[in-house]
Design a protein around this ligand. Structure first.
Ligand code: ADP
Ligand code: MG
Length: 486
């Protein structure tokens, strides 16, 4: 950022009080909300958000948006390359038989399944970044399954925009410095395109009504983020979405001829299976959920994402992609300029095996300089990483033969920043860290390799107080934010 700016702005007490009231009313009126308890659907609060948009370097922001399509292409190329991906994942599966192993098993079974197989595959991706001390964006991780907060990110930036344009803060921001994230509209546009492509290539002669199937967690607290997307699909694209949990899938849907998936109650044919669940072991309560995942994967509906694309999102794959030669081999269509941009977005990520010189070197780094690193297993959804000084002790207590299941990633050190976070009506103030997520929508043909859609779908800024290592919003450490471009 150009210079150290005083942030957040000091408001006179009257203006701050007014901002607090206005922002909470706006949030509750526009679905910027979360359920207090997933079992009680009438008790809701505003989602945690920052009172002000957080300063973010304009050049890094633009870079993150512009590199998204190259990342989309890279990951769909990985997902299509069975030989390469199977080689990587089969090893991980051995270390983690209960989760990665089971997903991999489904991937292998789907390949052998009988009946017509859907050639098209879709993804709503999100690439997450932290700004480095040099003001560059550096990738934290790439998510290929169940990316959330698209809708609420649009809402938060609309809220900040509302407060600014109506002079509620009592201060001014430079024109166009607080952009509104189009994620809600764009993610819905992407899903609608996938849906329409299914209908265009339909196997059935009669035009039966089709809808989207969202696979959800039971008692989801972040329900409004999902509902807003459903309503957008419905209002703008006249597409209806059915919600079922992984547990209910075979009870509420069935397969008819040609593996077409039917929603039982409505009789609708399912065009797209959109996963907002199924990304972590906790989503599979018993064998039933695994059976249901396999059942869904074998249907002719377009999966968003397929189990294979989900596996392409493992952290081990991210580590392997930090090499130019690997990118060139997997995605030869990406231009050299874009490959440069992809490589620029990575920090050092090391393997921890004992077969390669790099892996052996990283094994010493982890003990000699742990303060510069985060150790990550192949898991999603927060709360799984081991940080800094905790790394040596953790590794010592883990059998050496299992170390290859982890990656060692250089820590990104963001510039100091402050903001005010509003949670349950209370203001928390202090040093913060923000993570930018850029959404991508992509649809491709696995058999021909043709890309039918590749879009950048807006962004999300998540912010947490620096005192906590992880920034999960639903988990209670973080909040949703908007960018103030400087
Ligand atoms: P998950 O799949 O659990 O979301 P992440 O890789 O996104 O895993 O890590 C979780 C959180 O840990 C991130 O949101 C970020 O706050 C922190 N984190 C992860 N990697 C780094 C890194 N290299 N530097 C700084 N913080 C990191
Ligand atoms: Mg993450």
């Amino acid at each position: 950022m150009k210079s150290k700016i005083q942030y957040p702005p000091e408001l006179v007490k009257e203006d701050e009080d007014e901002t607090l009231v206005q922002s909470q009313h706006w949030a509750l009126s526009h679905g910027l909300c979360m359920l207090d308890d997933g079992e009680k659907i009438s008790q809701t609060s505003h989602a945690p958000f920052t009172l002000f948009p957080t300063p973010f370097p304009k050049s890094g922001f633009e870079e993150a948006l512009s590199v998204q399509k190259a990342f989309n292409e890279l990951y769909f190329s990985v997902s299509r390359n069975n030989e390469w991906l199977e080689n990587v994942v089969s090893e991980l599966a051995g270390f983690d038989p209960d989760f990665t192993g089971k997903l991999f098993d489904i991937h292998l079974k789907v390949k052998k399944a009988s009946g017509p197989q859907q050639p098209l595959s879709a993804g709503l991706f999100r690439s997450d970044y932290i700004v480095s001390d040099k003001d560059q964006i550096k990738q934290v991780e790439f998510n290929t399954v169940s990316v959330s907060f698209g809708a609420l990110s649009s809402r938060v930036s609309e809220l900040h925009d509302y407060l600014i344009s109506n002079g509620v803060y009592g201060i001014e921001y430079p024109l166009q410095s607080v952009p509104v994230s189009p994620a809600l509209k764009e993610l819905a546009n992407s899903l609608a395109q996938v849906h329409n492509e299914y209908i265009k290539t339909s196997l059935s002669d009669e035009s039966s009504p089709a809808s989207i199937l969202m696979i959800v967690q039971p008692n989801e607290r972040n329900i409004f983020d999902q509902r807003l997307l459903e309503y957008e699909l419905n209002q703008t694209h006249s597409i209806f979405t059915h919600r079922v949990t992984l547990t209910e899938a075979q009870q509420k849907t069935c397969l008819i001829e040609e593996n077409r998936l039917i929603h039982q109650q409505s009789g609708d044919e399912i065009s797209v299976i959109y996963y907002r669940s199924g990304y972590s072991p906790g989503d599979y309560f018993s064998e039933k959920e695994w059976e249901n995942r396999l059942f869904l994967e074998c249907s002719y509906a377009i999966k968003c994402p397929s189990v294979t694309t989900q596996l392409a999102g493992t952290k081990k794959v991210q580590q392997l992609l930090t090499e130019r030669a690997v990118i060139n081999k997997l995605a030869p269509k990406i231009t050299e300029r874009d490959v440069d941009a992809l490589l620029n977005a990575f920090v050092a990520i090391h393997p921890l095996d004992d077969q390669t010189p790099e892996g052996r070197h990283a094994r010493t780094l982890a003990f000699d300089h742990p303060q510069h690193y985060v150790l990550k297993p192949q898991r999603e959804g927060g709360g799984n990483n081991i940080y800094k000084e905790n790394i040596p002790g953790f590794l010592t207590s883990t059998p050496k033969t299992n170390w290859s299941a982890y990656i060692l990633m250089e820590l990104i050190n963001p510039p100091e920043m402050k903001n005010k976070i509003l949670r349950n009506g209370k203001v928390h103030e202090g040093d913060i860290v923000s993570e930018l997520g850029v959404f991508g929508g992509v649809l491709w043909d696995n058999t021909t390799g043709e890309c039918l859609m590749n879009k950048q779908d807006g962004w999300l800024l998540r912010t947490k107080l620096q005192s906590s290592d992880e920034g999960g919003v639903a988990a209670g450490f973080g909040c949703i934010d908007g960018v103030y471009l400087v």
